[in-house]
Design a protein around this ligand. Structure first.
Ligand SMILES: [Zn+2]
Length: 70
């Protein structure tokens, strides 16, 4: 199994999270090779009207998908 970790998505304007998959118990190294901060500060839901946008890291998802297919 893999763990999902979110980090602030800086590729989009406004609040958003990008979800990566990591090895359980790993050093916060995403499957796509990105080093995640150990304590990812998930921003609290803002008071403005724009809902946060969650996206998923495609390279990470591909790894998970292939692992599950086997
Ligand atoms: Zn990733």
């Amino acid at each position: 199994m893999y763990e999902m970790r979110a980090e602030p998505d800086e590729s989009l304007p406004g609040p958003g999270l990008l979800w990566h998959a990591t090895h359980p118990g790993g050093q916060a190294l995403a499957l796509c090779g990105r080093q995640l901060s150990v304590d990812t500060a998930v921003p609290a839901a803002g008071s403005d009207a724009t809902p946060p946008t969650d996206r998923y890291c495609m390279p990470c998802l591909e790894v998970v998908r292939e692992a599950m297919a086997n």
